[in-house]
Design a protein around this ligand. Structure first.
Ligand code: R5P
Length: 325
């Protein structure tokens, strides 16, 4: 079998290091630097001829820089004769620009897919895409890994009672429903729209009854934190006992941290698809690592064995825990 190689971009080195440690491999060294004019230079410092290469790089902020670095890394890899290149993009920047809402708009999520393909990647692995349909923008193999079992395991460990899952907007309904279904819990949906001129979320209506309940909101992205903090205030006004949030991607732009800190949210759980810098970590924030799951995925892709069994085993474990509760 070809040699397994893991390469890290500069956007989330700690995740790549954790994954490499779990796979018992060393990260393949690279040189990544910027020229005076801002151009990016990447060189792979060891031979990868004939290898099965996995490059880990979320295209989080600075989205353009990290995307360009990923594309240039793939180009450097392609010119080094590997057997296969898999891009692991834990957070897929531009994923929210997935359709034309107004005339003459771009579909940037598709453009990114085409750029990755043009650079020479053979396979793409993503996590909790804003909408799963983005997978269809690729004509190469793509796996979009869902993190529902990881969230359920974490929620169960909290031993919360009288819970209700809440979608912070209509688009998030299927995500909230997926978790609620496993936990045999009800769901509520928040009706969100965005202001035409400021793009700020306007949150006024709630479908469902949250009075006296522990609300668990599930979302893919927290960016400005406007959606989630406004939603938490509404839930409290409607009589919720406590509000928890599970969100995959900690984009955390602008004063998001301040908003989260001063919000009605009791605890917010992110994953490490995006590295959260020390300065942005607050007490009510917890991080679940995707590294064990990602390492298992890489191992299976490398060995050509199905991923389904991993999910089956996780769900069996969850079922057992739930029976005990
Ligand atoms: C929206 O459809 C997404 O699922 C997130 O709720 C949204 O992108 C979060 O953005 P912000 O934190 O800026 O409100």
């Amino acid at each position: 079998m070809e040699q397994l190689r893991v390469i890290s971009g500069s956007a989330n080195r700690s995740l790549a290091e954790e994954v490499a440690e779990r796979l018992n491999v060393k990260l393949t060294p690279t040189e990544i630097k910027r020229f005076a004019d801002g151009e990016i230079y990447v060189r792979i410092l060891e031979s990868i001829r004939g290898a099965d290469v996995f490059v880990i790089q979320p295209t989080s902020s600075d989205a353009n820089l990290n995307l360009m670095e990923l594309l240039i890394t793939i180009d450097a890899l392609k010119r080094s004769s590997p057997q296969r290149i898999t891009a692991i993009v834990p957070y897929y920047g531009y994923c929210r620009q997935d359709r034309k809402n107004k005339p003459r708009e771009p579909i940037s999520a598709k453009l990114v897919a085409k750029l990755l393909e043009a650079a020479g990647v053979n396979r793409v692995i993503t996590f909790d895409l804003h909408v799963a349909q983005v997978q269809g923008f690729f004509d190469i193999h793509s796996d979009n890994l869902d993190l529902v079992p990881l969230y359920v395991e974490h929620i169960l460990s909290k031993k919360l009672e009288n819970i209700i899952f809440v979608a912070p907007d209509v688009g998030g309904t299927s995500r909230a429903r997926a978790v609620a279904k496993i936990m045999h819990a009800p769901i509520a949906i928040i009706d969100k729209r965005r202001s035409e001129d400021t793009n700020k979320p306007i949150i006024e209506n709630l479908i469902g009854d949250v009075k006296g309940k522990i609300c668990i909101m599930v979302d893919d992205i927290i960016d400005t934190a406007g959606t989630i903090t406004e939603a938490a205030s509404l839930l409290k006004r409607k009589g919720a006992k406590e509000v928890y949030v599970y969100a995959t991607h900690a984009v955390l732009s602008g004063n998001a941290i301040e908003k989260l800190e001063n919000s009605e949210i009791k605890e917010i759980i992110f994953t490490n698809t995006i590295e959260i810098p020390k300065g942005k970590q607050i007490k009510k924030m917890k991080v679940i690592s995707i590294a064990p799951f990602l390492a298992e995925t890489i191992k299976r892709v490398h060995e050509g064995i199905p991923m389904g069994v991993v999910y089956e085993n996780m769900y069996k474990k969850i079922e057992k825990t739930m029976k005990k509760c």
